[in-house]
Design a protein around this ligand. Structure first.
Ligand SMILES: Cc1ncc(COP(=O)(O)O)c(C=O)c1O
Length: 389
């Protein structure tokens, strides 16, 4: 059956940046925001340390971290923070690793093939699904990503994590933090990067540690070598300086300035509650459009699993699903390319390992008027792409 091509929408998104990382800069951002950067100065000078500490203080306040949790800046973006945690903390007890999309699978691969932990249980699920959370054993260490950025599947809440646990809960929260409420008391390690929900420059990672994680660091010595970049302790004691802004190695003070700008903006829209509100509004607009669409559906199979930030969509039009796998991938790519060449939406093709479809970032730095403007263009672009395929 042929598809009617809707007329080209009259309104274009003002900002076409819907990438899931690096994500859209905050509304109104320009390079002027970096004018106060402490360039060509030592990050160990009082002024440099004050800038780094400002990132920590503002992040802690916006997120409402428990007072006894540490927060620090580390090298290597979110990947650096996660790997630092895995390498430093694991090995003291068995570990359950959850993986339902690319990033969880990366961490699972690290634990299995790099750290080679013998007492490892894998909880895996294909794109679009969550593994069965009821089987996870919290007397062991647990590793998972709160929001699977490449499948748009997130854990629905923290109810499946008991408050009284023996193992550590290590959570990659890079596409959840500043968008979804996190139950901090149930998490021992939380990581994220600057380039996600607040639209900062990609550079450094953030590492949050509970007192239990600190106790593990001070009592457990991994039986593998740790590079300097991963060393969180000094002679068996936590290196507290890291959590005051004394980074292990040299950070970019330009990126630090940008991170501060993004945090100030977050405060200006009402802090965490405001960020969550903006994210939910963006997601709600996409959700009601999907629910009325004949050609697209959520990749997440259960409503409670749908990510409000990295919204992953699959094409369910029978014309498309009848195509061979390679043709599906090329049509989905042509759809994303068309939106890009029209200047409507950049980088919204699904992740390279995910099923062909679309992935739209809907976090707080994206304006809801831009999401609303995008949706009509998606219908137009799909019908046009299909007609020419
Ligand atoms: C869940 C998750 N973990 C880790 C990463 C890697 O982040 P980075 O490239 O900032 O290290 C990403 C990036 O998109 C992600 O979405």
């Amino acid at each position: 059956m042929s598809m009617i091509i809707p007329t080209r929408p009259g309104i274009r998104p003002r900002c076409p940046n819907f990438s899931s990382g690096p994500c859209a800069k905050r509304p109104g951002w320009s390079a002027e925001a970096l004018a106060g950067a402490l360039l060509a100065r030592s990050h160990r000078s009082p002024a440099g340390r004050a800038k780094l500490a400002e990132v920590l203080v503002r992040s802690r306040a916006i997120l409402g971290l428990p007072g006894d949790y540490r927060i620090g800046i580390v090298a290597g973006s979110d990947t650096g923070a996660v790997e630092m945690a895995l390498w430093s903390l694991l090995g003291a007890r068995g570990v359950d690793v959850l993986a339902w999309e690319s990033f969880g699978r990366n961490w699972l691969g690290d634990v299995a093939q790099q750290l080679r932990l013998a007492d490892l249980r894998k909880f895996e699920a294909p794109y679009g699904r969550l593994p069965d959370l009821r089987g996870v054993d919290f007397s062991r260490d647990v590793v998972f990503a709160w929001n699977g950025t490449t499948s748009g599947v997130r854990v629905p809440d923290g109810e499946w994590i008991p408050a009284g646990r023996e193992g550590l809960v290590i959570c990659d929260a890079t596409s959840a933090v500043f968008a979804i409420e996190l139950p901090w008391e149930k998490l021992d390690v939380v990581t994220w990067s600057w380039q996600k929900a607040l639209g900062g420059e990609a550079a450094h990672g953030m590492l949050v540690l509970s007192p239990r994680a600190v106790a593990r660091l001070e009592s457990h010595r991994p039986n593998w070598p740790l590079p300097k970049l991963f060393q969180l302790t000094n002679a068996g004691k936590l290196n507290e300086g890291i959590f005051r802004g004394d980074t292990i190695n040299t950070p970019s003070l330009l990126c630090v300035e940008d991170a501060i700008d993004s945090l100030r903006w977050a405060e200006s829209v009402g802090g965490l509650a405001g960020l969550i509100r903006r994210t939910r509004a963006n997601f709600a607009a996409i959700e009601s459009w999907v629910e009325n669409s004949a050609w697209v559906a959520f990749l997440a199979e259960d409503k409670a699993w749908r990510s409000p930030t990295s919204v992953c969509l699959k094409i369910v039009d029978p014309w498309f699903t009848d195509l061979a796998g390679e043709r599906q991938a090329s049509v989905a790519k042509a759809l994303a390319d068309r939106l890009e060449s029209e200047g409507i939406a950049f980088d919204i093709g699904s992740y390279r390992d995910a099923p062909p479809g679309l992935r739209i970032w809907a976090g707080a730095t994206v304006e809801s008027a831009d999401v609303a403007a995008l949706l009509g263009w998606l219908d137009w672009a799909y019908a046009s792409t299909r007609a020419q395929a």
